[in-house]
Structure formats: C-alpha cells, structure tokens
Ligand binder design. Structure first.
Ligand SMILES: Cc1ncc(COP(=O)(O)O)c(C=O)c1O
Length: 390
C-alpha cells in the first residue's frame, strides 16, 4: 500500500493521466496501436528507451491504470494484466518453468489449475507435488533440487481451506522458491500476501474485482524482476487483457472495499443461519468459530469473505431438490457478483476431477457453494428457507 493513500482512496484516486479534455472519469482507450510524432520517437519506443505506448498487446492506458491500482492495493511494485484469471496463473507458471522443473502446490487449488498441473505439465516434462494446505510441517520432505515454485490458494475454491501465509512465506524463502499466491477468494481488501513475502500475487479479476459478473480478466502483481519475465512471456504469447475489460475492472475497484464489507456481513449472516438448520449437515465459513482454521482466518484475513459452503444431510438428492426450488438466487458457475449464486461443484466446476480427487479436497457430492451477493440478506435467507422446506 502506498504510504500517502489508504486502500479506499488508492482504489478511487489512481487514474490514467488526464487528456487535454480534462475528463473526470477516465475514457476508454479502445485502440489496438498508438502513433508517434516522428520516426525517432518510434525507434526509441521499440528500443525500450521511452515508455511510449506501442501496441495494446504490450500495454495500454486503461490496462496500466488497472495494474497501477491493483499494485497499490496489493502492496506490490508492478504487474501485468491478462485476459482471465487462468491466463494469469498459466503465465505465472510458464514464464519461469522449463522441462525437468518441479512445482509445489497446495492440494486445494482451483479445478483448472489442477488440470494444468495434472494434464498439461506432463506434456512438457514438468513435475509437481501436492502439499497438505492445512499442515505446513511436512512440506520440507517434498522439496527437490529442481523445485522452482510454491503455488497456493487461500481460501481455496470451493472447500474454503486456508493456508498459513506466514509459514508458507518462510518455507518458500528458506528453499529459494518463487512464492505465488492466487488471492482471488480474499481480494486485496481482505488479505495482502505481499505482507508474508509473496513474490507474485495473482487474481481472477472476473470475481470480486468486477463484482457484477460482466467481464473476464486476470492480473499478476509482484517483484519487478519476476514481472519482467511474465511481461516477456505475455507480450509474445498474447494473453493480454482487452482495454475495455481493464476499464470495467479499474472502475469497479473504486467500490471494492464497500462491496466486500457487505458481502462479508451477508455471508456471515447466511452461514450463521445455515448452522441452525436441521437439514444442514455442515457449514464452512472462515469466520465461523466452527471452521477448523478459524484462528488462522482471524489472523490473516480482515473478514471471512463472500463465499459459504454447506452440505445437506440428504446427500446429492437433497442437494439437487434444494437447487431446483431456488427462486431468487442464481444457479451459475461464477462467483463474486452482486447476485447470490449457487453452484454444485461436483457436477459443474469440479466435474472433470475424479471422485477421489474431489473428496481429497473436500468436495462431497452434497456440497453447495454460495457466493453471497448484495441483495438484502433476509430475502436470500427466505429463498433458502423455502427451498430447504421442499
Ligand atoms: C481461485 C480461482 N482462481 C482462478 C480462477 C480462474 O479465473 P478466470 O475464470 O477468470 O479464468 C478462478 C475461477 O473461478 C478461481 O476461483
């Protein structure tokens, strides 16, 4: 975080330089390329001797504003924005890895990240090992001479399993690993992995950053030497974000803090209500005292986040019946929206995993993930209550 501006102010008052029109709200630079007043300036830009914009696959004012803002919010120096969260994760890995390398990742990672590790890595001769996210004490045994990266996600999607960021940071440092954190679920408002020594912090901007379910986007922020390698990889392989999407995301960040406060308050209220329901077997929410890592959550997160998961006693049948009677909330795969969204991970986002792989990360057939929106929480609870009664 900048010393001059607090989080809320940096999110609002970080802006691309004003044009001659002196606009208040930043305009959209929907242009593929940029012009030069003469051949000399064009040469200088291509030689990297000036920071003039060249081409929007490389850089663009809207994209730069989005990057500058997220850097301030995450306490990182620099970054690169991508077309989606997955392209950010992929770039963060591939910018540094070569055949013969080894990666450590906590077992509870997003389904597509799991597919990169298990299905794509073997094609390029890259190996990986999974670590127990809840117990860092056994991690040393998995380090090899060719281990390059530690990748983790906290809280995890969808199990809401936390990783101790302080312990993970110390572990990565002691073994000279690049420490990458997917901070998507918490958002920089609730948790800043840079405080624990993260070298690269990655986001799916599609989620809380957009906050209204409109655009895809991703971003990596981190140490300048690492971002240089990421920038080289992305400039020449092309996963850059559209200026339009960056404009949307940067605008949305202006309201991130107030939205997250309400998402978290609503999520806590829903989690507390679910815990009182006879039909519910288990509720998971980091700020509920019943969460097995509640103390850790309080230590490294400002609030519990906008996601709640729960399991119904009747298993998959009860789960499908419940979802089919929902009227107000949405059945969708996204999260981080103003609208409350229900997802059944076993048949949707995590359906490509085997049953065994799902159970290993806590995805039982009856698990439902709720991304709690900004509707009045009493209306959300009424919808849940009516559906549970069916
Ligand atoms: C934790 C996490 N990381 C990464 C992603 C991928 O983001 P995107 O859909 O923007 O590619 C998601 C998507 O749900 C996610 O939940």
């Amino acid at each position: 975080m900048s010393e001059e501006k607090r989080f809320e102010t940096a999110a609002i008052r970080t802006q691309a330089p004003r044009s001659q029109a002196r606009e208040h709200s930043v305009p959209l630079f929907l242009t593929s390329s940029f012009t030069f007043p003469d051949a000399g300036e064009m040469r200088d830009a291509f030689a990297g001797e000036s920071d003039a914009y060249i081409y929007s696959r490389y850089a663009n004012p809207n994209v730069q504003e989005f990057i500058d803002k997220v850097c301030l919010l995450e306490g990182m120096e620099t970054g690169f924005a991508t077309a989606s969260g997955m392209s950010a994760i992929f770039a963060g890995l591939m910018a540094f890895l070569k055949s013969g390398d080894h990666v450590l990742a906590t077992r509870a990672v997003f389904g597509s990240t799991h597919q990169i590790l298990t299905q794509l890595f073997p094609r390029w001769g890259i190996d990986f090992s999974y670590l127990d996210p809840e117990d860092t004490s056994g991690w040393d045994a998995h380090v090899r001479p060719n281990t390059r990266i530690l990748l983790l996600e906290t809280p995890s999607n969808p199990g809401l399993v936390l990783v101790d960021l302080d312990a993970a940071g110390k572990f990565a440092r002691s073994h000279g690993l690049i420490f990458m954190v997917d901070n998507c679920f918490a958002s920089p408002y609730l948790q800043q992995p840079a405080r624990y020594g993260a070298d690269l912090v990655i986001h799916s901007g599609t989620k809380w950053m957009d906050g209204q379910g409109r655009v895809l986007g991703g971003i990596l922020t981190g140490r300048p030497d690492l971002i240089d390698a990421v920038t080289f990889f992305c400039r020449h392989t092309g996963p850059s974000i559209s200026p339009f999407n960056a404009w949307i995301l940067s605008k949305s960040l202006e309201t991130l803090s107030v939205r997250m406060e309400r998402h978290c308050a609503n999520a806590l209220a829903l989690a507390q209500w679910l815990e009182t329901q006879d039909a519910v077997e288990k509720v998971s929410y980091p700020f509920l005292p019943s969460h097995p890592q509640h103390e850790l959550a309080r230590r490294q997160m400002k609030a519990g986040g906008g996601l709640v998961t729960f399991t119904l006693k009747g298993g998959i049948d009860a789960c499908i019946r419940f979802l089919n009677h929902i009227r107000l909330c949405s059945l969708s795969s996204n999260l981080g929206d103003t609208r409350t969204i229900l997802t059944h991970p076993a048949t949707t986002t995590h359906s490509k995993l085997t049953e065994e792989e799902r159970l290993a990360v806590g995805i039982s057939p009856g698990l439902i993930r709720v991304s709690v929106g900004l509707e009045h929480i009493d209306d959300v609870i009424a919808d849940f209550s009516a559906s549970l009664g069916q």
